[in-house]
Design a protein around this ligand. Structure first.
Ligand code: SAM
Ligand code: DTB
Ligand code: SF4
Length: 328
């Protein structure tokens, strides 16, 4: 059913105008919209595991896992299912409600997919929501994942179509849109966002968010990553983004996609507690939790729980206030 309260026809100028508002006006608008759809003091938490690490044939300029850059990352083959189960159990004990498994592939082979399906099944049996990010998928593969009971597929647009060619040359923007369409058509929840702090201009952040909001359906979950700079990747040494521009990006995502979970994703290790608090005020209501992202550090669990306590935030599964469906 289409929701007529949600827009999919944003123009560049309209989105730019949201960014251009005075900071306080932008945050007030974002927080007001946030409160119409979500409990403002509740944050959903997901834990990540890299199930296949490094040696990736793609050339994403931000990524430590690309075989093209000498990042001193030790490549690892696809993990045994039992190891994945133990990691998920550990994440559950620490309070995560969703377990996200990432693989450094351009796309999975059908044999790869069989193994990932086993992993999805054991994680589901623990009572957790499942998410995987495996690269490009065919329509047929998305149907197999749906049958396996997968809850979310993560596939990011990463940046604007205009800046994209500066970042990745081994797959096109259209390839990404095609995979997203297959996932959406298979009725798997979509987790799709991007990365900022890659040297892009504000017009690229505008265009990234516009692309996301103008998809046929808003992604159920929108990860906003701040570039984690890894030595020997081409983006290492990029000028840091003004932290307030990061907050603006979160706020505009919240306004454009009012019912989606907006995830404060990679980059939290480089953020102060105060900056993260501003992001939650701007409408972020989901995080990656646990001391490692895929290959790089993330804040320790007790540090996040301490921050939640100071802010009066409860870690829990995000639910749409209107539909009662899981949103993130
Ligand atoms: N290989 C698959 C793919 O790229 O589709 C899945 C895994 S990939 C590591 C998942 C996402 O992580 C990327 O699309 C990118 O948005 C994010 N990512 C990777 N390296 C990052 C970095 N250094 N900083 C921030 N986000 C990053
Ligand atoms: C997403 O948007 N961010 C996560 C998850 N989806 C897979 C990955 C962040 C990776 C950061 C770099 C690393 O740890 O390798
Ligand atoms: Fe490979 Fe994904 Fe990293 Fe790109 S982001 S190099 S596809 S692991």
């Amino acid at each position: 059913m289409t929701d007529t309260t949600l827009r999919h026809d944003w123009t560049h100028e309209e989105v730019q105008a949201l960014f251009d508002q005075p900071f306080n006006d932008l945050l007030f608008q974002a927080q007001s919209i946030h409160r119409q759809h979500f409990d403002p003091n509740s944050v959903q938490i997901s834990s990540l595991l890299s199930i296949k690490t490094g040696a990736c044939p793609e050339d994403c300029a931000y990524c430590p896992q690309s075989a093209k850059y000498d990042t001193e990352l030790e490549p690892e083959r696809l993990l045994p299912v039992e190891e994945v189960k133990q990691a998920a159990l550990n994440a559950k004990r620490n309070g995560a409600t969703r377990f996200c498994m990432g693989a450094a592939w351009r796309n999975p082979t059908d044999r790869n997919l069989e193994r990932v399906i086993e992993m999805i099944s054991v994680v589901k049996d623990l009572g957790m929501e499942t998410c995987v990010t495996l690269g490009m998928l065919t329509r047929e593969q998305t149907h197999r994942l749906k049958e396996a009971g997968l809850d979310y597929y993560n596939h990011n647009l990463d940046t604007s179509p205009e800046y994209y060619g500066e970042i990745i040359t081994t797959r096109s923007y259209q390839d990404r849109l095609d995979t997203l369409r297959h996932v959406q058509e298979a009725r798997i929840n979509v987790c799709c966002g991007g990365i900022v702090g890659m040297g892009e201009g504000e017009e690229d952040r505008v265009e990234l968010l516009r692309q996301l909001a103008n998809l046929p359906k808003h992604p159920e979950s929108v990860p906003i990553n701040l570039l984690v700079q890894v030595e020997n990747t081409p983006l290492y040494g990029t000028d840091a983004l003004d932290p307030l521009d990061f907050v603006r990006t979160v706020a505009v995502a919240r306004i454009l996609m009012p019912k989606s979970a907006v995830r404060l994703s990679a980059g939290r290790s480089d953020m102060s507690d105060e900056l993260q608090a501003l992001c939650f005020h701007a409408g972020a209501n989901s995080i990656f939790y646990g001391e490692k992202l895929l290959t790089t550090p993330n804040p320790k669990e007790n540090q996040d729980l301490e921050l939640f306590k100071r802010l009066g935030i409860r870690p829990q599964s995000v639910r749409h206030s209107e539909t009662g469906q899981n949103a993130a």
